[in-house]
Design a protein around this ligand. Structure first.
Ligand SMILES: CC(C)(COP(=O)(O)OP(=O)(O)OC[C@H]1O[C@@H](n2cnc3c(N)ncnc32)[C@H](O)[C@@H]1OP(=O)(O)O)[C@@H](O)C(=O)NCCC(=O)NCCS
Length: 226
């Protein structure tokens, strides 16, 4: 079976369909966020959508948490419709959002994601996409939890309801290098189904000098913790 899909930067006109997909998904694993988070992510050019034959089949956001130096950005709200799972779309959505963060927010941004310990599928897919577990760095967790709508209650022995992961700078660079290669990305899943994905995101429509410079940048101390 040969399918086609395109990954695009979401527009404000997509907001209703994105919320409908999130509502209809009925996924208790998806961490809900305040509605304003989605609007701001879309307006900042940080939200990505996957379409196939005109239908929305996947979504993924990036949400700036703080504007310090460097900025702190959380990737979240990734949902891939069941018929499109297992191809590796999550990995491409991570790649697209790294580019959006580099182009629109801060090339030095620290990129994190949070996953509930029960969500083993999501954990497997983000590890595959290049994220690595983040130790419980107290200050960082407290900063993140200040924004969380699902903080554990006083009775919980967890500092936070989620496990945290970060994507190292070296991996960010190799993902952007892959993004800059021309042509669609060909994916296949275990049963032999194939999916051809066109990356049509805003970060690739702007002059690519910033992305190319990001790939060329020599390893910096930030690599250790970013
Ligand atoms: C999590 C999710 C986004 C993954 O999307 P996806 O595009 O199918 O993921 P990928 O194809 O990139 O998967 C990458 C790897 O993770 C593994 N993986 C994905 N889902 C898995 C699951 N449920 N159980 C075990 N492994 C899983 C895949 O097998 C793959 O590994 P492989 O290449 O060795 O086979 C999708 O399953 C989903 O939308 N789930 C419901 C919502 C959700 O949990 N979102 C995340 C909230 S933080």
């Amino acid at each position: 079976m040969g399918l086609k899909a395109v990954i695009e930067t979401a527009r404000s006109s997509d907001a209703e369909a994105i919320h409908r997909l999130l509502r209809d998904a009925g996924e208790d694993k998806l961490l809900r966020r305040p509605e304003g988070d989605y609007r701001r992510s879309i307006e900042a050019g940080l939200f990505c959508v996957v379409r196939s034959e005109g239908a929305l089949v996947g979504i993924a956001g990036a949400f700036p948490l703080s504007e310090g130096e460097p900025a702190l950005v959380e990737m979240g709200s990734c949902y891939v419709a069941p018929p499109f799972r297992g191809f590796g779309l999550q990995k491409l959505l991570v790649r697209a959002r790294i580019a959006a963060v580099v182009a629109e927010v801060d090339p030095n941004a620290r990129i994190l994601t949070a996953i509930t310990p029960q969500n083993l599928g999501s954990r497997a897919s983000i590890l595959k996409a290049g994220f690595e577990p983040l130790g419980e760095h107290e200050r960082l967790l407290i900063e993140l939890c200040a924004y969380c709508v699902a903080r554990p209650g006083a009775a919980s022995d967890r500092l936070c309801c989620c496990d945290f992961f970060h994507i190292p700078r070296s991996r960010q660079r190799s993902e952007i290098a892959a993004l800059l290669r021309p042509g669609p990305v060909l994916l296949a899943r275990a049963n032999g189904d194939r999916l051809s994905v066109t990356m049509d995101i805003d970060a690739l429509k702007q002059p690519r000098a910033a992305l190319a410079a990001f790939v060329r940048a020599s390893a910096q101390p930030a690599d250790a913790g970013a």
